[in-house]
Ligand binder design. Structure first.
Ligand SMILES: Cc1cc2nc3c(=O)[nH]c(=O)nc-3n(C[C@H](O)[C@H](O)[C@H](O)COP(=O)(O)OP(=O)(O)OC[C@H]3O[C@@H](n4cnc5c(N)ncnc54)[C@H](O)[C@@H]3O)c2cc1C
Length: 409
């Protein structure tokens, strides 16, 4: 069997493990666009960016591991097209690779701003290791840093820039950071967290232009206010890199559609990680998430599935973030139209609390998602409650004396 893994992120690295669990002999080729070995991205906005961890910390496997697994690595030469009938892939450099089963693990790419001045030097985006290292070098020089976008990446970059003692302004068009994801109450908590660590927040306003002459020196917001900037970091979201799979004929709808075995609509082609929108039995809908754990578990599951194992991929999505002294984890999925209500356990002012998103069910409520801040070892119970579709009461969820393990049963 000839396996082709397309991508150089965590999903690709884990797919090798999944294949090798079930097929010790098959020929595996892993092709990635970047010159690096497959790597994981969370440290790029945290420990690597802050200078607390070295580059070596991002690689799930050293080079020698791939050799031990009999994997041929093709670095820096992306797949340009896939022929699903002839079962070949053409590389940008012209090479032709035959395959029997292929995995699309092409991840995501950042959304770029198209406003005046957007091409000025000094404006950074953060997706790759090289971008993280370039930004780290710049943050070490200090000065005025403007972060555009109050999502997860923007908030983590703001925290890292403060760790480098930069003056930091964060601009977010919504009334609070992450408001669209966690709602106004928790959005206000994130605003307070960053405010208390010296981040200047400009909320409820968008960016309309960048100023500068050969180098960015300012960010213009709606209302024509110019904020001085030596460095700008834009974090305004990402989009899945579906083009390759789409051109091979795979069905795409904000992600490459897969079944619960991570098989796409094209025979012999699988998808996993950020790019995949899998069929979740648990949530009764197709899901696509941009989470580290989904690359980890989905990549592994796809590899197993490709090697013939009977795999059903049906996780409770899981996400984590670190900002200043707040470590947080989030598990579950809340559809935008779910009409979920927020229940808080503990005191957010103490920087140790949990939050739950619930919907009415029977005589109580059902948990859709839960998050904690510095309240560790709680996510297994949250995931169990979600998976069991347990009917709970809001009072029990809000009561810190009732342990979640007890509720999960
Ligand atoms: C800075 C940062 C911080 C993050 N922090 C967190 C966090 O704290 N918690 C969390 O849960 N998630 C976090 N994430 C999200 C998480 O890293 C992603 O969900 C994860 O990287 C997805 O892995 P992937 O393997 O699907 O794709 P990616 O990591 O995007 O990797 C895809 C790879 O495929 C390559 N590729 C694309 N097209 C081709 C082609 N045609 N041929 C060959 N190769 C190709 C790309 O160059 C890339 O190397 C973070 C992401 C970033 C960028």
């Amino acid at each position: 069997m000839r396996y082709l893994i397309i991508g150089g992120g965590l999903a690709a690295a884990k797919a090798v493990e999944g294949i090798r669990e079930h097929d010790r002999e098959g020929d595996i080729r892993l092709v990635t666009e970047e010159e690096h070995l497959p790597y994981e991205r969370p440290p790029l906005s945290k420990d690597v960016l802050q200078g607390k961890a070295g580059v070596e910390s991002v690689f799930p496997h050293p080079r020698g591991w791939y050799a031990e697994q009999g994997v041929t690595l093709v670095l820096g030469d992306p797949v340009a097209s896939i022929d699903p009938v002839g079962r070949t892939a053409t590389l940008r450099g012209g090479g032709l690779l035959p395959w029997d089963r292929a995995l699309v693990a092409t991840g995501s790419q950042v959304r770029r701003l198209g406003i005046p001045g957007a091409d000025l030097p000094g404006i950074h985006y953060l997706r790759t290791l090289d971008e993280s290292l370039a930004l780290r070098a710049r943050l070490r020089e200090g000065g005025d840093v403007v972060v555009v976008g109050g999502g997860w990446i923007g908030l983590e970059v703001a925290a890292a820039a403060r760790a480098h003692d930069c003056r930091v302004t964060l601009i977010e068009p919504q009334a609070a950071p992450l408001e669209g994801v966690v709602g106004p109450t928790l959005g206000a908590w994130f605003a307070q967290l960053h405010d208390s660590h010296g981040v200047q927040l400009r909320l409820g306003t968008g960016v309309v232009a960048f100023t500068g002459n050969g180098q960015v020196n300012g960010v213009v917001t709606e209302g024509d206010v110019t904020i001085p900037a030596d460095v700008v970091v834009v974090g305004v979201g990402i989009r899945p890199r579906t083009d390759l799979a789409a051109s091979a004929g795979a069905q795409v709808e904000d992600g490459v559609l897969t079944d619960a075995r991570l098989r796409t609509s094209v025979d012999g082609l699988w998808a996993a990680g950020d790019v995949a929108r899998w069929d979740s039995t648990l949530f009764g809908r197709r899901l696509r998430v941009e989470h580290w754990a989904n690359a980890l578990d989905g990549g592994l599951a796809a590899g197993r599935s490709m090697a013939g194992a009977d795999v059903i991929y049906d996780p409770v999505p899981f996400f984590f973030s670190d900002q200043f002294d707040a470590g947080l984890e989030y598990a579950g999925y809340v559809a935008p139209d779910a009409g979920a209500e927020l229940v808080v356990r503990g005191d957010p002012r103490a920087n140790e609390f949990m939050a739950f998103w619930v919907v009415p069910e029977g005589s109580g409520v059902r948990l859709l998602a839960g998050m904690h801040v510095n309240t560790w070892d709680t996510m297994d119970a949250v995931q169990a409650l979600i998976r069991r579709r347990a009917v709970l009461t809001k009072e029990a969820l809000a009561d810190p004396s009732a342990t979640l393990d007890e509720l999960a049963g």
